[in-house]
Design a binder for this molecule. Structure first.
Ligand SMILES: [Zn+2]
Length: 324
């Protein structure tokens, strides 16, 4: 086993580009601090819509080579963020993009949505036991916005976190490891409303796109559910560069971007999370500003015996909103 850094962050995402949109500033921030940042992407995103006309031939109804192309985009994005450990769950192409909810691709052989959750989770257990992250970031149970691969990524990540900590589960996959803190991606409603007001009233006139609506943004919740704020403003240029690297999927005009629907939305330089497992490291009434807040300093304290009971609820107060 290679030597582990003291602080280790694992992110689980559905498709190449989700990591940069949701967590790009966070990933760049921690990579720059020497934290071991690892990304597991569950599919190659083969069913995505292609934005540049010159690359339209990659699409699933034409050459069906978008997956390999998006793996290259992901590698380029990770270079921009300074993240060296990125993998596909079970290897590239093990699970295929399931398309949007209700599409016939949902039930195609190999589609991630059709995968057995425990089987897919076992592949992630091996990664968790190897990397031994203290912190896991993934989506909420709705996958942020209902895409089947995002919902499945949530299920697989949460199941894998439980199984990885169970010493009786497939010991050949490595020594049990309990992840101390688990977060879901969030956007506080007040922040989203403020940015969308700015977009509609000031910015959209200068953009080549119409304005999206707040409903189009994944993970929007009432402010009091947001426990943790990562100020990624010093790294926002790297986040924007990573998003640009996903050129088949994202068009960027900082501080806005659009997906293939040509609807502008905010590029978040401050990223938000809800702590759903583990103890908050923030003072009562405040939000955390570090995903590792409250954790012991050294690597060997991350052993299963030393982390909070996995059934604990986050111990944070529902403070007033102070972030921007
Ligand atoms: Zn996605």
């Amino acid at each position: 086993m290679t030597e582990l850094a003291d602080r280790r962050l694992l992110l689980v995402h559905a498709h190449p580009d989700d990591e940069s949109i949701n967590n790009g500033a966070t990933m760049a921030t921690y990579a720059a601090r020497g934290v071991q940042v690892a990304l597991v992407t569950c599919t190659l995103g083969e069913e995505g819509e292609v934005i540049p006309a010159a690359l339209a031939h990659l699409a699933p109804d034409r050459e069906d080579t978008l997956g390999a192309h998006r793996a290259e985009e992901l590698a380029a994005a990770m270079k921009e963020l300074g993240v060296t450990d990125h993998r596909f769950l079970g290897g590239p192409g093990r699970f295929r993009d399931s398309g949007m909810m209700g599409a016939e691709q949902n039930h195609r052989a190999g589609a991630f949505w059709s995968a057995d959750v425990d089987e897919a989770a076992a592949l992630l257990v091996q990664v968790i036991r190897e990397l031994r992250p203290q912190v896991l970031v993934t989506y909420d149970p709705d996958g942020g916005y209902g895409h089947p691969d995002h919902i499945q990524a949530h299920r697989v990540a949460m199941r894998a976190a439980d199984l990885a900590a169970d010493s009786g589960f497939r010991p050949q996959l490595g020594a049990a490891h309990a992840i101390a803190k688990i977060y879901w991606n969030r956007v506080p409603r007040s922040v989203g409303e403020r940015l969308f007001t700015e977009l509609r009233e000031h910015a959209v006139a200068g953009l080549p796109w119409a304005a999206a609506r707040l409903d189009d943004v994944p993970g929007v919740v009432d402010d009091d559910r947001v426990t943790t704020v990562i100020d990624g403003r010093p790294q926002v240029a790297r986040k924007a560069a990573a998003m640009r690297a996903h050129a088949t999927q994202i068009a960027v005009a900082e501080p806005w971007f659009a997906l293939s629907n040509d609807l502008a939305q905010p590029l978040f330089d401050i990223e938000y999370y809800e702590l759903v497992r583990g103890r908050s490291g923030a003072a009562p009434g405040e939000r955390e500003t570090d995903l590792f807040a409250g954790l012991p300093d050294t690597a060997d304290t991350a052993d299963a015996a030393d982390v909070p009971d996995s059934t604990d609820k986050p111990q944070h107060d529902r403070g007033t909103v102070t972030s921007t």
